[in-house]
Each structure stands twice: as C-alpha cells, then as structure tokens.
Design a protein around this ligand. Structure first.
Ligand code: 13P
Length: 286
C-alpha cells in the first residue's frame, strides 16, 4: 500500500519507534527492502536518490518501485531523497513519489526557506508530503578524524521553529552530529540539541546518516523524538560483501543468478536488523 510520509510517521512519537528509510538505488535493493518490510510486517520508506534521475532508466526503476509499493502488504512511502533543485522534485512528483525531500541545507537560510515554501505549496496540492533540512548533515569525506562534524553545521533550534512555521513542511531533517557515509571515529551526537528541537518543533524529525551509529544512539534518538531514520551505506556494504563472498568462493567462475539470491538475502537481513533496532511497529491505516 502506497502512503505518504505524513501517514507513515503518524504513530511514531506516541509508540516510540522510527520508520527506516532505505535508498533503493537499483531493483535488487528495492526488492530486498520491500521483502524485509513484508516479512517483518512493518511500514517502510523506499528512498529514491537524486542520482537515479540522471540515468535514462529512471522511469523504469520508478515504475518498479511504485508498482511494488502499491502491491505491498505493508504501508510503503516512496520518497525522493535529497532533491536539490526544483526540477528534480517536480519530476519525482510526476513519477509518483508520495513524498519528496527538498534539500536546500547548503543554501543561505532565506533561500532555503523561500524554495522550500514554493515546493510545499505545489507538493501539498498534489497530495505529496515534504521533508526539508535545516542545518546541514555533511558527507563523511568532510568529517574531521575526531569524529564529530563542525558544529556550525548543526541545526539551530530557533531557526528550526521559524523554518517549520514559515514553510509548512511535514518533516524536518536535523543536524546533530551524524554524517552521510561510513563514520570516522566515535559518533558523539548532540542529544541536548535534539531534545531542545523536539520540545520546540511540532513536526516529525528525521535523522540522516544512520550508518555507523551504535544501537544505543538510535534508541536514544528515538526516545528524544526522531521518527524517520535514513540508512544506506551499511546496507549497500552488506549486500556487496555477500555478493563478493559467493564470487570469491567460486573464484569468479560463477553467473549472476548464483550470486543475486545471496546478495538479496543479505539486504533483507540488514534491513530487518534495523527494524529491530528502530523498534518499528506494525501500522494499520484505513
Ligand atoms: P548513510 O549512508 O550514512 O546511512 O546515510 C544515508 C542517508 O542519510 C541518506 O539520505
């Protein structure tokens, strides 16, 4: 069942769980994510990353995910991840995404606000939810070896309040010390900041850069009000390692159909493990 971000995050705060959001960069990952959700009987967010729009096959991948989401036995939200410009966001809506992220986090705040506002107006008219980001979650390539990213990128709680009020976004991605990609060093999340933002902001909060965080950090983030957790690097690595393991065993004398079931199963297992950690609960929508 295809649902919006608003619908899928509806019970997260009350029941103290988060919904996992996984990047479906290709068919195998997309299938693994949906299968995992169906087997665990929990809702899931299938994220389509922006680079997927740059290839000729985009409509086919979108069509596959959309079809799979509609037929799934659990609620599935099809969400554009990190849409950085107006055209990509509009294309995602056109292809059937039930939710989009507009990422203006590197723009001056006024520009981020104006662009987000315009997108919210159009997306809401189409029945599509919008996530935006204030502060910036950097890539791990820009992360200092000490672990924590530069605090100047963290979300300012006052800015977050103003941004949500002015734009009318449905969910807000916050920067509290996570990074996209493999974490360097020990994560040191700013839980006090998260608590403050949660107390001041009413919409569901999103944690990007889930890979590399220990289980207790996820639990604490959920306890403090995170509703959606983006997770990709560890999932993609688990799938690749499983495929490599099979190939290595046969010294490369192998065909893809002998590899893909193992790779898919590794994806299913990795996603299910995150459901357990995120305490994701079944969701029944009418
Ligand atoms: P990781 O790859 O660090 O898990 O982050 C994923 C993400 O936040 C996608 O938006």
């Amino acid at each position: 069942m295809l649902v919006t971000l608003n619908e899928i995050l509806k019970e997260t705060r009350e029941k103290k769980y988060a919904v996992g959001a996984f990047n479906a960069t290709d068919y195998l990952l997309g299938e693994a994510v949906i299968k995992a959700a169906e087997e665990a009987n929990v809702p899931v967010i299938m994220m389509v990353p922006t680079p997927a729009f740059k290839v000729k096959q985009t409509p086919y991948l979108m069509q596959f995910i959309l079809d799979r989401a509609r037929k799934a036995s659990v609620p599935v939200c099809m969400h554009l991840d990190h849409g950085k410009d107006f055209d990509i966001v509009m294309q995602a809506i056109h292809y059937g995404c039930s939710s989009v992220m507009f990422d203006g986090s590197l723009l001056p705040i006024e520009e981020n606000l104006e662009k987000t506002k315009e997108i919210v107006k159009i997306a809401h008219a189409c029945g599509v939810s919008v996530e935006a980001e204030i502060g910036h979650v950097p890539g791990s390539k820009n992360q200092p070896a000490t672990g924590a990213p530069d605090e100047s990128m963290y979300t300012d709680p006052e800015d977050a309040v103003m941004f949500v009020k002015e734009t009318g976004v449905d969910a807000l991605a916050v920067s509290i010390g996570t990074v996209h990609g493999a974490f360097v060093g020990e994560p040191k999340l700013d839980f006090d900041r998260l608590k403050k933002i949660r107390e001041m902001v009413d919409v569901p909060l999103v944690l990007h850069g889930g890979s590399g965080l220990p289980e207790e950090d996820f639990r604490k983030c959920i306890e403090l009000g995170i509703s959606k957790i983006n997770f990709f690097t560890e999932l993609a690595t688990a799938v690749s390692r499983a495929a490599y393991g099979v190939m290595k065993e046969k010294e490369g004398n192998i065909m893809w159909p002998d590899v893909s079931p193992t790779a898919e199963q590794a994806g299913i297992d990795a996603v299910k493990e995150q459901f357990r950690i995120f305490n994701t609960q079944p969701l029944h929508l009418n």
